[in-house]
Every structure is written in structure tokens, then in C-alpha cells.
Design a protein around this ligand. Structure first.
Ligand code: SAM
Ligand code: SF4
Length: 461
């Protein structure tokens, strides 16, 4: 059962070895790194923030865009001297780039001890032992053939914090033509609801107030890998029954699998916050078709209209790709148009990056780099204007903030988020507040996607 409990430390801290962990990419990678930290903790490693002190260095990689890959290679260039100076240091590359490139990485970086894929996360301690036992480098990739997707119980090494991620589904079956994820993370598989409920109960017992459900396509939850199929919205209703869950979020959603029942869940469940991240990728039907998103922009708009009729103050964010092969000036203008119509509070905006092995890599009509850059700049400017405009509408208003930790902004005490997922810096409450409290903050200023304001007291509950 996937229970996370604070347990007794298996080792005395003074005799533990040290692991330095670096993460690239999405929240699923962040969650995988956290899991590796936990598995290694049970194997006698504690985390260090100093590379120079480490006995083991792991870089959990991303291959979604070429830029991510370049950054990873340059990071390894900097790690090589450490390995040369200390041959006992173990250097591992994990994650999507590992799955995608495998042996090629050992050829390119012969000083690496091992390469692993995302499905081997729970085997990280075995991989490290194998290096120690054999002294030989190796590649360990491929997909777990088990029918079920389970994250076995391990007691936590530290408190989960007020906002905790929970993986509910792995892999992706969508095969959008631009995307490597189905190749690097394999087929979709969901975790049993009982295992999830138990994990969430334990997280809440250890202090979590907000649960963020994770998956490449959370709306496809429950179709594969369960003893009894269960739709995503039923999982949401089930989580809402767990005492102590104050806020519930999920990411990422796919418009094609987003059901009416999930829209109704927004209406019915108080804990479901009024924010949704719903990637649109493009505002043009031809481009959407070439991306194999399998919906039209009209269908996307209808879905949002229905959602807004149930949750009028819902805030929306999205992912956008510009410069996909065949994207004309007119097609790009459609993307700007949908951004204006929807009024996203924030967006992740990317220039299309051809990825090896994906169908889009074979498409003609590539858009010149200069044009991609210009279009990206235009979307970023539009988004900044829209975010600024929406931010202004919060000024003078009260927002409910779940405190996540100390603020690094001078003059501010704490930071957190409001339900619509805006960052909030808080002034005041130094002696009475702590992480995990929910406070009412009066917004005074805005910078980008961050609200700044003052609170005087903690909310009840
Ligand atoms: N599963 C999610 C979805 O369908 O929206 C997101 C997965 S991906 C990790 C996050 C985002 O990266 C995508 O939504 C897309 O905008 C972007 N992305 C993926 N492949 C890309 C590529 N080849 N070039 C540029 N952006 C890409
Ligand atoms: Fe990639 Fe599409 Fe799957 Fe998202 S839904 S992970 S973009 S293939």
C-alpha cells in the first residue's frame, strides 16, 4: 500500500552518506526526485545541497525540448572535474533523457556511472549498489511490465509541507505529434484509489493541507491498470471525503478527456480550487490537427464556456507552442486570438523544438528560428499584459492564502498561494503565523504573477 509515514530514521545522520540531487523539467520529475531522495534515505543517504560534499550525484533529466538537453550536457561538463578528482564519487543520470538516449549518453560522457529511465525510480538504491559492487557503468531503462502501478510504502524522511504532490497516473497514450513523453514515460497506468486515499490521509496527518494530483493526463485516470476502472471525477469526490484536505488541485489536464462530471465536481466540491491548467497549444484548427490534439478550437472554447457557467470566477492557465511546422502568420494570429478571448492568468509558452522519434520531426514546412523567436516574444508580451491587467483587479481585495513558507522578498514575512494559484507575498503576522496556516491578505501591489499584501490574523480552521 502506498502509505507515506514519518517513521524512525533508519540510520544515524552522522554515518549517512550524502547525495546531491538536481532536477530538470516538469512536476512529475520533481516528484520522481523526491521519491529517489526517500528511497536513498532508507538506504543510508541524506541530501546535501553542496555538490562538493556528495558521495553520489544524480541529475534527473528532461528531454521535452532541445534547450533542456543542452542545459543538462553543460551541467555534466561542470560535474566531470569532480568525478576526475574523486573516482569514488558515483555519478548517475536519471529521467527522460536517460530513457531516450540510453547507451549514447555513456559514449558521450564515459565518466558517468549509470543511466536510468523514469520507470526505474524505485530501483535507485539497487543501481547505486550495482556500481559499488561491480565498478562498471551501465544503462537501465525500459518500462515496468507489472500490470499495476503502485508506489510502495516508505516512511517519510521529512515533513511533506503544506502542499503535497501525489502521482495518480503515469505515462501517456495521447501521442501528440510533437511530444516525447509517450516514448520516455511509456503507456498510461493508474494507481489504485485505495492506495491514493491512504497516501493522502497520511500526508494530511503529517501536515499537508493542499493535495496536487499529478499525471501527464490526469483526466485519463482510472482507464488502465486498476482492478475496477474508475473515472477521474469519482477520485475527486473520494478525496473530498478525507478529513483535513483543505485544497485540491490537479495537473495536467487534456481537453479531450475533461468530462462534464469533472466540471460538476468543481461546482460540488468546496476543496476543488477555482483554477485550471488546460493546455491549448494552438488556436488554429489545422495546427491542432497536425499536432494530433484531436479537438478543435471551437470544442476547446465550448468546454471553457461550460466550465465558466458553473465556476464563473475560475482562473485559467495554459501551455502554448509557437512555430509548429506549417504554422502560418494567420494560424499564429489565431493563437493570439484565443489567448485574448480566454484571458489566461498565466501561460507556459514554448517555441516548437523538433524531437527525435516524434512524428512532427518528419513534417515539412518548418518555421524559421527567427520567426519562432518573434512569435514567442509576441505571446510572452501579450501574456504579460493580460497577467498585469488581472493582477490589478486584485488590488484592495482580500485573498485567502495558504502559507507555504518564508518569503524571500525584503520586508515580507511569508509566501503562499491563493486558490487561483497566484503567488502571494505577505507582510505581518511574523509571531502568530506559520507554514500551513490559511490567512486573509489584503492585496496592495502586484508584480508579474505575484500579489503582495498585508495580513493581520490567521483564519479559523
Ligand atoms: N501532458 C501535458 C499536455 O498534454 O498538455 C503536458 C506535457 S509536456 C511535459 C508540457 C508542455 O511542453 C506541453 O504542453 C507543450 O506545450 C510543451 N512541449 C512538449 N513538447 C514540445 C516540443 N517538442 N516543443 C515545444 N514545446 C513542447
Ligand atoms: Fe505529451 Fe500530448 Fe501526452 Fe501531453 S498529452 S504528455 S503533450 S503526448
Amino acid at each position: 500500500m502506498g502509505v507515506a509515514k514519518i517513521g524512525r530514521f533508519p540510520y544515524s545522520l552522522s554515518i549517512m552518506k550524502q547525495v546531491y540531487l538536481d532536477t530538470f523539467g516538469c512536476q512529475m520529475n520533481v516528484a520522481d526526485t523526491d521519491r529517489m531522495e526517500l528511497v536513498l534515505f532508507h538506504s543510508g543517504y541524506r541530501r546535501t545541497l553542496e555538490k562538493e560534499d556528495a558521495d553520489l550525484i544524480l541529475v534527473n533529466t528532461c528531454s521535452i525540448r532541445e534547450k533542456a538537453e543542452q542545459k543538462i550536457f553543460s551541467l555534466f561538463g561542470g560535474l566531470k572535474p569532480l568525478k576526475m578528482a574523486n573516482p569514488d564519487l558515483i555519478l548517475g543520470l536519471t529521467g527522460c533523457l536517460g530513457q531516450q538516449e540510453g547507451e549514447k549518453l555513456l559514449k558521450r560522457m564515459p565518466y558517468l556511472d549509470f543511466v536510468m529511465g523514469p520507470d526505474q525510480v524505485d530501483g535507485i538504491a539497487q543501481a547505486v549498489d550495482r556500481v559499488r559492487d561491480t565498478g562498471k557503468s551501465f544503462v537501465w531503462t525500459g518500462f515496468d511490465q507489472e500490470k499495476v502501478y503502485s508506489i510502495p510504502e516508505l516512511s517519510l524522511s521529512k515533513s511533506p509541507g503544506p502542499s503535497a504532490f501525489v502521482n495518480i497516473i503515469k505515462g501517456c497514450d495521447k501521442f501528440c505529434t510533437f511530444c516525447v513523453v509517450p516514448f520516455t514515460r511509456g503507456r498510461e497506468k493508474s494507481r489504485e484509489p485505495e492506495e491514493l486515499f491512504e497516501e493522502i490521509r497520511h500526508l494530511v496527518n503529517q501536515g499537508a493541507k493542499e493535495i496536487i494530483l499529478l499525471g501527464q493526463n490526469v483526466n485519463s485516470y482510472g482507464k488502465r491498470g486498476l482492478k475496477n476502472p474508475m473515472p477521474f471525477h469519482e477520485l475527486l469526490y473520494g478525496i473530498a471525503e478525507i478529513p483535513g484536505v483543505q485544497r485540491l488541485r490537479f495537473t495536467t489536464s487534456h481537453p479531450n478527456d475533461f468530462t462534464r462530471e469533472t466540471i460538476r465536481a468543481y461546482r460540488d466540491l468546496d476543496i476543488l480550487v477555482n483554477h485550471l491548467h488546460l493546455p491549448v497549444q494552438s488556436g488554429n484548427n489545422q495546427v491542432l490537427k497536425a499536432m494530433r490534439r484531436d479537438h478543435t478550437i471551437e470544442e476547446y472554447r465550448d468546454l471553457l464556456a461550460e466550465l465558466k457557467s458553473e465556476v464563473p470566477d475560475i482562473s485559467l492557465s495554459t501551455d502554448i507552442i509557437v512555430g509548429f511546422p506549417g504554422e502560418t502568420d494567420e494560424a499564429f494570429a489565431d493563437t493570439l486570438k484565443v489567448m485574448q478571448e480566454v484571458g489566461y492568468s498565466s501561460s507556459f509558452m514554448f517555441a516548437y523544438s523538433p524531437r527525435p522519434g516524434t512524428p512532427a520531426n518528419e513534417l515539412p514546412d518548418s518555421v524559421p528560428e527567427e520567426t519562432k523567436k518573434r512569435r514567442l516574444q509576441e505571446t510572452i508580451s501579450l501574456q504579460s499584459r493580460q497577467t498585469a491587467q488581472q493582477g490589478q483587479s486584485f488590488i484592495g481585495k482580500n485573498v485567502k492564502v495558504l502559507i507555504e513558507g518564508r518569503s524571500s522578498k525584503p520586508g515580507y514575512t511569508f509566501k503562499g498561494r491563493n486558490p487561483q494559484y497566484w503567488n502571494v507575498n505577505i507582510q505581518g503576522g511574523e509571531s502568530i503565523l506559520k507554514a500551513g496556516d490559511t490567512v486573509t491578505v489584503q492585496v496592495e501591489t502586484v508584480s508579474g504573477h505575484t500579489l503582495n499584501g498585508t495580513t493581520r490574523q490567521r483564519d479559523a480552521g
